[in-house]
Ligand binder design. Sequence first.
Ligand code: PGA
Length: 250
Amino acid sequence: MRTPLIAGNWKMNLHRPEAVALAEAIRDGLKKDAQAEVAVCPPSVYLDGVAQAVRGSAVAVGAQNMYHEANGAFTGELSASMLKDVGCKYVILGHSERRHILGETNQDVNRKLLAALAAGLSPIVCVGETLAQREAGQTADVVWEQFFGSLAGVSAEQATQVVLAYEPVWAIGTGKTATPEQAEAVHADLRKILEVRYNSQTAQAVRIQYGGSVKPDNAAELLSQPNIDGALVGGASLKAEQFLAIVAAA
Ligand code: PGA
């Protein structure tokens, strides 16, 4: 049985007081009997403050990015062990904004993924097609290539620490959500890929989140699909009541 993971990707939003207040509101509003695991991913400069705010609660903390090297002359970058140090459990890798705006490749994602796993972080690895790729019928190929490129060299045992996030690029921040059927079809494909690459036990263990304009009013239908194991939430994660409503929908 996979525990759904609802993670809030705050992206480059909020300042310190709002970030800490949002974390506290989620911490305090989270129901004791919540059926989902919950994580918040603030901008890196607020990781420490947010981690302190949720310490001892059921809310986990994740980073939005990291660098694959352990230390050294890499101005502006953060290592996996630094993220562990400030209390991170998760790190989002290969988000489409990093792939498309910052030019991250599957190889970059793969290096980061291996470093994250070695440091004991759970990577949330994002895959997803653009609108042009969907319209050209390339969704399955794109997801396949991103999966194999990003997870190269990852063992079956390590794979169970990885969370996949299917995020169709055309649905991110646009208000356009994939229909539950569209999302489920790709999630089922990803589950199949996991089985082919690893084995059925691993395929059944790995959580696959959906992301792209998840809101309180569409969350329940998406999350009720058999292969959708949670959500990676952008815009709606910046308001505690909306984020908590999505958690409740899980
Ligand atoms: P959105 O972002 O919910 O604002 O569409 C999702 C994401 O980028 O993870």
